[in-house]
Design a protein around this ligand. Structure first.
Ligand SMILES: Nc1nc2c(c(=O)[nH]1)N[C@H]1C(S)=C(S)[C@@H](COP(=O)(O)OP(=O)(O)OC[C@H]3O[C@@H](n4cnc5c(=O)[nH]c(N)nc54)[C@H](O)[C@@H]3O)O[C@H]1N2
Ligand SMILES: Nc1nc2c(c(=O)[nH]1)N[C@H]1C(S)=C(S)[C@@H](COP(=O)(O)OP(=O)(O)OC[C@H]3O[C@@H](n4cnc5c(=O)[nH]c(N)nc54)[C@H](O)[C@@H]3O)O[C@H]1N2
Ligand SMILES: [Mo]
Length: 803
C-alpha cells in the first residue's frame, strides 16, 4: 500500500475494485465516508455483488468475476484516446519514453519469447528489454517512436474499446462509460484518484497482472506518490503486513531481501553480485543482508567467514508455497507440519484434499486458540480415526489482546499494543512457545545431528530476568537494529553498514524502536496527534516503514522543478532554496555528506527510488536483478479464468499460458456444460476467516449462524429455489450444502449476449466450533498465479440444485 487509511479522506475519486471495506476493513471505510462527507469524494465500486460498500457508491459497476484486466485496460484506453492522462507526470516519472527492443511483439494472445522448458510453457523475456546505448536506456521524450513504451501501450490497449470490454465483463455500457469519465477526471494536477483493491483482484491465475493494470492506470493519471492517490492494497489479518515484512513467504528474507538460492548464490559474493542493482535504493543490499546476518549470528559472523552466509537455508529452485506444500504432503514427502496460527483445513483451496494430505503426516503440531478443523482433521465427518496414524499435538496460544507487541497495518504503520488481559488456562504467547521450542531443539542438537552450527550459534538471548515470559523488547531491538559495539538502537537504515559494525533483523523496520527525543518513548509506541499538514499524516503517531514515511514515492507529488502539482495537498516541495517537508522525503533531499539540500532536478531523474530505472513502470521490462519482469508478460492481457463459461474474446489463448495448475484431485477442471454458473467467494463482517475465532463467539455465531449460498432471484426462480431452502453446490472438486440466500444484491450479467449467473459463497464455516457448516473451500481448486502462487478463489464454475 503506497498511502494509508486516513489519507482516503483526501481523494477526489475512490475506486474500490475487488474489495469490500464496509465489511472487511470498516476503519478504512470510515475514511472513505469522511471524504464523501467533507470534500464530496466520489465513490466507484466494481464488484460482482452489490456489497455494503456498493451501497455507498456514486457508481456501482457490476463485473463478471475474473475480468478486471479488461475492465481496467478499457479505462486506460479511454484515458489515452481522450487525452485525459497526466502528460507531464507520464513523461517525467514513468518509463513511457523508454525504447523497447524492436523484436518485442504481442500476437494471438502471446508475448514474444514463448517457449517450453521441461515440457512446460514458459516465456523467455529477452525481448522484453529496453534499447540501450552503453549503459544508458534510449528514450524518446516526444513519445512518438513506435517502439517507445507509450506507443506500445497505446497500441496494446486500443483493442479494449468500451464495446469489447463490456462484452467480456458484463458491465452495462452506459455504467462503464460513466466509470471511465469519472475516474479519468483525476488525471489532472489538482485531482487525486485512489484505487483500493484486495482479494477480488489478487485471487486469480493472473492476480499479479491485475495489480499491474491498477498500477498502469494510476501512473497514467499521475495518481502515485500524492496525497489522496495511491495503489492501496487492503491487507488481510491485522498483522498480515507485519508477517509479510518478516518473511512469511518462502522466497524472501525479512525486509523483502531475496532468499539465497543454492544454484544462483552459492557464496555471499555471488549473492551480492547478482542481487545488488547499480542504481535504486536496493544498491544498499549488502548492508541490509550483512546486518541481518550480524543480528542472527552475532560475533560468529565475520568478514572472513562470509558473515555465516553458509548457515542460511537456500532455495532449491522449487515452489514451496501453500499449494505446493500440500501437494508434497499428499505425495507423502512431508513428515511433520506446524500449523501455527493457520487453519488450512478450512482456509486452503481444495480443502478436502488438504485434510486428506494431513493423514500422510507422522506428526502435526497446531498452535492455536481453539481446536480448529486442522487440529481435528482426523475426526472430521467421513474420516476413520482408526486408519489415521498422524500424531497430533495441540499447543494453546494467547490471543492478540493477551500479550504485547506490535501490529503493522495496511498503511505500514507499526503500532505497539499493550496487553489487556492474561490468557486463560495454559495458553501462552507465541513468543513464549517459540522460545521454549527453540531452546529444546538446541538441546537436541547439542547431542549431535546433521549441521548443528546455525542452531547452536544463533543469537537467542531474549530471557527476561525474573519472568517466564521472554522480553519482547529485546526481540524488537534486534529487528530495529543496533550498533554492535555499544548496543545502541539505530535511528534508521541510513546508518547500516556492510562491515559488521551494525546488526539489524529487518532493514525496513530500522528506526521503529529508536526513542523519540521529544516524546521519550520508542517510535512504535508514539501516540501524538500533531499534524501540521492537515492531511492526516500524523508523523508522531506510531512509525511507518520505511523511515516513518507515510506516502511512498512522494517526490512525484511535485513537478521536476519541485513545485507541488497541487499546493492544497503538498507532501514535499522546493521553496527555491530548500525542501519543505510535510512527509519524510522518499528521495535524496539532503546530501548525506554535507547535509545540504539537494536541488530538485537531481531527484526528478529517479522519483521511484526502489526500481532500477528510477521511474514508474508502465511496461514491466526485464531490467535489473530484483525488478525482473513478471512470468506472464510485461503488460497485463485479458485471459479467462481456468474455469469459465465463455471463450476468450481477445484471442484464441483461453487461459494465462503460464497459470500454475497443481496436481491431484484438487486440480480437476470443470466444464461449463456440467457446471454452468460462475462461483465466487467472499467474507462477512460478522466472521473472521476460517471462523476459528468467530464461530467460537456466541454473539457472532448468533448474528451469522449458518453457511449460505448467494444466488440471484432470477436463478432461484429458474431452479425453483425459495429463500432459506437447502441447496447443494457442486464443482469438479466436490459438493457442499448450505441455505439459499436469494437477494437482489446478485444479478445475472449479460456477457456477450449470454446471461451469466454468479453464485457467491462465504468461506467462514467448518466442522468445529459452535455453529458448524460446510466449508466453501471444499469446492475450490488448486489453480494459481504463476508469480505469487495465490489460489484462484474468486472465479470458478459450479452447479446449484435444491437439496
Ligand atoms: N470481517 C472480516 N474482515 C476481514 C476478514 C474476514 O474474514 N472477516 N479477512 C481479512 C483478510 S485476511 C483479508 S485478505 C481481507 C480481504 O478483504 P476483501 O478482499 O475485501 O475480501 P473478500 O470479501 O474476499 O473480497 C472482496 C470482494 O471481491 C469481490 N469479488 C469477487 N471476485 C471478484 C472479481 O473477479 N473482481 C472484482 N472486482 N471483485 C471480485 C467479492 O464479491 C467481494 O465483495 O479482509 C480482512 N478483513
Ligand atoms: N475460498 C476462499 N478461501 C480463502 C480466501 C478467500 O477469499 N476465499 N482468502 C484467503 C486469505 S486472504 C487468507 S489470509 C487465508 C487465511 O487462512 P488461515 O490463515 O488458514 O485462516 P485463519 O482463520 O485466519 O487462521 C488463523 C488461525 O490463527 C488462530 N489465531 C488467532 N490469533 C492467534 C495468535 O495470536 N496466535 C496463534 N498461534 N494463533 C492465533 C485462529 O484461531 C485461527 O485458527 O484464507 C484464504 N482462503
Ligand atoms: Mo488474507
Amino acid at each position: 500500500m503506497t498511502n494509508h487509511f486516513i489519507d482516503y479522506k483526501n481523494s477526489d475519486v475512490v475506486m474500490v475494485i475487488g474489495a469490500n471495506p464496509a465489511e472487511n476493513h470498516p476503519q478504512a471505510m470510515k475514511w472513505i465516508l469522511r471524504g464523501k462527507a467533507e470534500r464530496g469524494t466520489k465513490l466507484i465500486v466494481v464488484d460482482p455483488r452489490f456489497t455494503k460498500t456498493a451501497a455507498h457508491a456514486d457508481i456501482y459497476a457490476p463485473i463478471r468475476p475474473g475480468t478486471d484486466i479488461a475492465f481496467l485496460l478499457g479505462i486506460i484506453n479511454y484515458a489515452l484516446e481522450h487525452n485525459l492522462y497526466f502528460h507531464d507526470y507520464v513523461v517525467n516519472y514513468t518509463n513511457a519514453s523508454f525504447l523497447v527492443d524492436p523484436n518485442f511483439k504481442f500476437e494471438d494472445g502471446l508475448f514474444s519469447g514463448a517457449t517450453t522448458k521441461d515440457g512446460q510453457f514458459v516465456y523467455d523475456p529477452t525481448t522484453w528489454q529496453y534499447q540501450k546505448e552503453g549503459d544508458k536506456i534510449k528514450r524518446d521524450p516526444t513519445l512518438q517512436d513506435p517502439n517507445c513504451v507509450f506507443q506500445i501501450l497505446k497500441r496494446f490497449v486500443s483493442r479494449y474499446d468500451i464495446k469489447t470490454v463490456c462484452r467480456i465483463t458484463g458491465t452495462p455500457e452506459d455504467v462503464y462509460r460513466q466509470v471511465c469519465e469519472l475516474y479519468c477526471s483525476t488525471g489532472r494536477p489538482d485531482k487525486a484518484g485512489n484505487i483500493i483493491y484486495a482479494m477480488g483482484i489478487t485471487q486469480h491465475t493472473y492476480g499479479s497482472q491485475n495489480v499491474r493494470a491498477v498500477a498502469i492506470l494510476q501512473l497514467l493519471l499521475g495518481n502515485v506518490g500524492i496525497a489522496g492517490g495511491g495503489i492501496n492494497a487492503q491487507r488481510g489479518e491485522s498483522n498480515v503486513q507485519g508477517s509479510t515484512d518478516m518473511a512469511m513467504l518462502f522466497h524472501l528474507l525479512p525486509g523483502y531481501l531475496s532468499c539465497p538460492d543454492a544454484t544462483k548464490h552459492p557464496t555471499l559474493k555471488d549473492y551480492i553480485a547478482k542481487e545488488t542493482p547499480k542504481t535504486s535504493f536496493w544498491s544498499n543490499t549488502p548492508k541490509f543482508l550483512i546486518s541481518q546476518l550480524k543480528a542472527w549470528f552475532g560475533p560468529k559472523a565475520t568478514p572472513e567467514n562470509e558473515f555465516c552466509y553458509q548457515w542460511l537455508p537456500k532455495l532449491d529452485g522449487k515452489d514451496h508455497s501453500h499449494m505446493a506444500i500440500f501437494q508434497s504432503m499428499a505425495e507423502g514427502k512431508i513428515k511433520g507440519f506446524f500449523a501455527w496460527g493457520q487453519n488450512p483445513a478450512v482456509g486452503g483451496p481444495a480443502a478436502e484434499a488438504t485434510r486428506k494430505a494431513m493423514e500422510k503426516l507422522d506428526w502435526l503440531v497446531v498452535v492455536d486458540l481453539f481446536e480448529t478443523e486442522t487440529a481435528a482433521f482426523w475426526k472430521r465427518p467421513g474420516a476413520d480415526p482408526r486408519k489415521i496414524k498422524t500424531e497430533v499435538f495441540f499447543l494453546p496460544a494467547a490471543f492478540s489482546y493477551e500479550k504485547e507487541g506490535t501490529v503493522t497495518n495496511s498503511g505500514r504503520w507499526i503500532q505497539y499494543r499493550w496487553k489487556a488481559v492474561d490468557p486463560p488456562g495454559d495458553a501462552k504467547s507465541d513468543l513464549w512457545i517459540v522460545d521454549r521450542l527453540f531452546k529444546a531443539v538446541r538441546e537436541e542438537y547439542r547431542k549431535g545431528g546433521r549441521f548443528p552450527d546455525p542452531i547452536l550459534n544463533m543469537v537467542w538471548d531474549y530471557d527476561a530476568p525474573g519472568s517466564e515470559e521472554p522480553d519482547i523488547n529485546k526481540v524488537a531491538l534486534e529487528i530495529n537494529g543496533y550498533e554492535v559495539d555499544t548496543g545502541k538502537p539505530l535511528p534508521g537504515f541510513a546508518k547500516l553498514t556492510n562491515t559488521g559494525s551494525t546488526a539489524c533483523g529487518c532493514w525496513i523496520y530500522a528506526g521503529y524502536w529508536a526513542p523519540d527525543p521529544d516524546l521519550g518513548v520508542v517510535a512504535a509506541k508514539r501516540r501524538d496527534r500533531t499534524d501540521k499538514s492537515g492531511l492526516g499524516l500524523y508523523p508522531k503517531w506510531s512509525f511507518a516503514w520505511p523511515a516513518n514515511r507515510r506516502i511512498v514515492y512522494n517526490r512525484c507529488s511535485c513537478d521536476p522543478s519541485g513545485r507541488p502539482w497541487d499546493p492544497a495537498r503538498a507532501l514535499v516541495y522546493w521553496d527555491g532554496s530548500k525542501w519543505v517537508t510535510n512527509d519524510v522525503p522518499d528521495f535524496g533531499a539532503k546530501d548525506p555528506a554535507t547535509g545540504a539540500d539537494v536541488p530538485p532536478e537531481k531527484s526528478a531523474q529517479n522519483p521511484f527510488i526502489m526500481v532500477p530505472e528510477g521511474v514508474g513502470r508502465l511496461f514491466g521490462a526485464q531490467y535489473g536483478p530484483r525488478a525482473a519482469a513478471l512470468k506472464d508478460g510485461p503488460l497485463p492481457e485479458h485471459y479467462e479464468p481456468i474455469e469459465s463459461p465463455v471463450r476468450n474474446l481477445m484471442s484464441k489463448q483461453q487461459n494465462n499460458p503460464v497459470a500454475k495448475i497443481y496436481k491431484g484431485e484438487g486440480a480437476t477442471r470443470g466444464e461449463p456444460e456440467k457446471y454452468p454458473y460462475v462461483l465466487t467467494t467472499h467474507r462477512l463482517v460478522e466472521h473472521y476467516q476460517s471462523g476459528a475465532v468467530t464461530r467460537n463467539s456466541p454473539w457472532l455465531t448468533e448474528l451469522m449462524p449458518e453457511m449460505f449460498v448467494g444466488i440471484s432471484p432470477r436463478l432461484a426462480a429458474k431452479l425453483g429455489i425459495k429463500p432459506g431452502d437447502r441447496v447443494v453446490v457442486l464443482t469438479a472438486r466436490g459438493k457442499i450444502y448450505g441455505r439459499a440466500s436469494v437477494l437482489p444484491t446478485l444479478q445475472p450479467l449479460k456477457v456477450d449476449g449470454k446471461e451469466v449467473e454468479v453464485v457467491a459463497l462465504p468461506w467462514h464455516w467448518g466442522y468445529q466450533g459452535m455453529a458448524p457448516g460446510d466449508s466453501a473451500n471444499v469446492v475450490t481448486a488448486l489453480f494459481g498465479d504463476p508469480n505469487t502462487f495465490i489460489p484462484e478463489y474468486k472465479a470458478l464454475l459450479c452447479d446449484v440444485r435444491k437439496a
